[in-house]
Design a binder for this molecule. Structure first.
Ligand SMILES: Cc1cc2nc3c(=O)[nH]c(=O)nc-3n(C[C@H](O)[C@H](O)[C@H](O)COP(=O)(O)OP(=O)(O)OC[C@H]3O[C@@H](n4cnc5c(N)ncnc54)[C@H](O)[C@@H]3O)c2cc1C
Ligand code: FES
Length: 261
């Protein structure tokens, strides 16, 4: 389990309408964090709403003792979070979850994210740089929601494909179709994916059908975030048996072949 710390909000930027990037001073979390892990964030000082909100770690900067996360305003919790001013302290628990597995040397890796699901993939992509040829696929609904393209580009990738469902920016269509086309030409040793459920289901089915190892990061609704409330249970196939596991404690990353949607 991670630590619970008060982290000073150092930088705050509304990167596109309703999506914020926060940089916090968090030496303990920066030291412990792995790609794919997340934070449970207290969004107000009043204790209302009671539950913390889970947000993925986007970037870890150990030298500067900083952690960055990016969130989209969805409801009351994220709205309150977006109102916190620079210089204030935010009560954060983290890093939580197990994060990504096998961040190691590969030949070719495909990294695919959709919408807010691209954020946990940034630190992973950074850490895989130099360990594999990296093809990254980022899918968005439309141009107004495109974020972090430049940041991924600057990592130095073999290929970066940005898609929008309506074709309002870069490639028109679903990111998965571009990934499949590339994989037909060049085999990959691992797919890492995070995004909306229909996208993850399609990626899981494709990976299983083509015998490609694949890890997917699930974004179930959460309660406690530490395995104590059963709020985030998912069906997992373990040794041919279906068992329930916690997305918060046992995930949020699972091997695709284990997940029973
Ligand atoms: C492990 C994990 C990592 C996450 N990482 C990020 C991230 O990096 N950036 C980001 O913007 N969001 C992320 N989320 C989603 C984020 O936690 C929710 O959007 C947030 O909790 C909503 O809180 P709220 O009070 O604003 O909205 P609520 O008032 O609680 O809900 C508003 C709407 O959002 C929907 N919603 C709430 N939680 C989720 C969820 N977990 N998945 C899908 N829909 C949800 C509700 O059904 C409702 O329609 C993550 C979720 C998990 C579980
Ligand atoms: S959120 Fe409480 S057990 Fe996972």
């Amino acid at each position: 389990m991670g630590v619970k710390v008060n982290c000073k909000l150092l930088k705050k930027e509304e990167i596109v309408n309703g999506i914020y990037k926060y940089t916090v001073n968090a030496p303990e979390i920066a030291n412990l964090a792995k790609p794919g892990q997340f934070l449970e964030i207290k969004v107000s000082e009043t204790g209302e709403p009671f539950l913390r909100r889970p947000i993925s770690i986007y970037n870890i900067n150990k030298e500067l003792d900083e952690v960055e996360f990016i969130f989209q305003v969805k409801g009351r919790g994220t709205e309150l979070l977006s109102k916190i001013e620079i210089g204030k302290e935010i009560d954060i628990m983290g890093p939580l979850g197990k994060g990504c597995y096998d961040v190691k040397e590969y030949n070719n890796v495909a990294i695919i994210g959709g919408g807010i699901g691209i954020y946990p993939l940034y630190e992973l992509t950074k850490q895989l740089k130099g360990k594999a040829n990296l093809n990254v696929y980022l899918g968005f609904r439309d141009k107004s929601l495109v974020t972090c393209e430049k940041e991924f580009e600057e990592i130095g990738l073999n290929k970066l494909v940005v898609t929008t469902d309506d074709g309002s920016y870069k490639e028109k269509g679903f990111a998965i179709d571009f990934m499949k086309k590339d994989i037909e030409e060049h085999k990959v040793d691992m797919i890492f994916a995070c995004g909306p459920l229909p996208m993850l289901k399609a990626i899981r089915d494709y990976a299983i059908a083509n015998n490609i190892p694949c890890q997917i990061s699930l974004e179930e609704r959460m309660g406690c975030g530490i395995g104590a409330c059963l709020g985030c249970a998912v069906k997992i196939i373990s040794e041919d048996e279906v068992v329930y596991k916690h997305v918060c404690k046992d995930g949020p990353v699972f091997y695709a072949k284990e997940v029973e949607f």
